[in-house]
Design a protein around this ligand. Structure first.
Ligand SMILES: [Zn+2]
Length: 265
């Protein structure tokens, strides 16, 4: 991922917040920045639609929007020809993509699903681990490099019998957790972040590099909706377990086996 200065990112985030809050076009946002520049005698050359789109693209890598059926909470998946749990995909008279839920047969369009909030955001676990290694330069070798103090004590997750049995030394492993928090006091609207930490980083760094893999916003998760929410995470984990992650280190492509998930809270 391209590196952006913290100053640039802070400024760009504020401009995006203003753009969204007031539903400004890119042209209006550019004019707003130019106007500010006229007052402060400072021009910001990178405050243009081109740079903003480039920034958005860099931070949108691996992000996807997944839909669920609002009627039965069945997982539908991605629109645009990638609906995993629908056997019928067509277009409405307004050229909108429309799918039929394979469970309750209700038809739903992407626009309706977005308006009703029947979706969640998923951020690729593989892409985030790849970034940790390629961009942050993390070696992910703590399992080999750590110094054990007491041979009889459980000092880290690696000391567990089941961990040693299930996770071979060349395999990365992650802890994942999901916990709901009400967004407003007394409201039924909840937010559930799905977060992961990589066990192959030293303990201090695990907390510094918490990976946000998914966000569910809406009603409380129940058995059906939690299964929909976990769908892309489970599928990607299986794919990574089978094929590993390809990382480019100084031009050398390596395959890291990953991940084995070891805990659910
Ligand atoms: Zn349904």
């Amino acid at each position: 991922m391209e590196q952006f200065s913290p100053e640039y990112l802070k400024r760009t985030l504020l401009i995006f917040a203003m753009k969204m809050r007031h539903r400004l076009t890119y042209e209006a946002a550019e004019d707003m920045v130019k106007l500010l520049g006229a007052f402060t005698n400072e021009s910001i050359p990178e405050a243009t639609k081109y740079f903003w789109k480039k920034t958005l693209k860099a931070f949108s890598q691996g992000l996807s929007i997944h839909h669920v059926c609002g009627n039965c909470m069945n997982y539908i998946g991605l629109f645009n020809g990638n609906c995993y749990n629908s056997d019928d995909e067509s277009e409405t008279d307004d050229n909108e993509l429309c799918v039929t839920c394979s469970s309750c047969r209700v038809r739903v369009t992407e626009k309706e699903s977005l308006t009703a909030g029947n979706f969640f955001v998923y951020h690729s676990l593989g892409q985030q681990i790849k970034n940790l290694i390629e961009v942050n330069g993390e070696k992910c070798d703590y399992r080999e490099t750590r110094k054990k103090i007491n041979p009889f004590a459980f000092e880290d997750i690696y000391d567990g019998h089941l961990f040693r049995k299930l996770v071979p030394p060349d395999m990365l492993s992650v802890n994942f957790s999901v916990d709901g928090v009400p967004v407003f006091d007394g409201s039924n609207y909840n937010m559930y972040p799905l977060t992961c930490t990589l066990n192959d980083l030293e303990p201090k760094k695990r907390g510094e590099h918490v990976m946000l893999c998914g966000i569910w916003c809406g009603m409380k998760l129940d058995t059906q909706s939690i299964s929909a929410f976990f769908n892309p995470f489970v599928r990607e984990s299986q794919e990574l377990f089978k094929n590993g992650i390809k990382v480019n280190l100084n031009g050398v492509i390596q395959v890291k086996k990953s991940p084995s998930c070891v805990r659910y809270q």
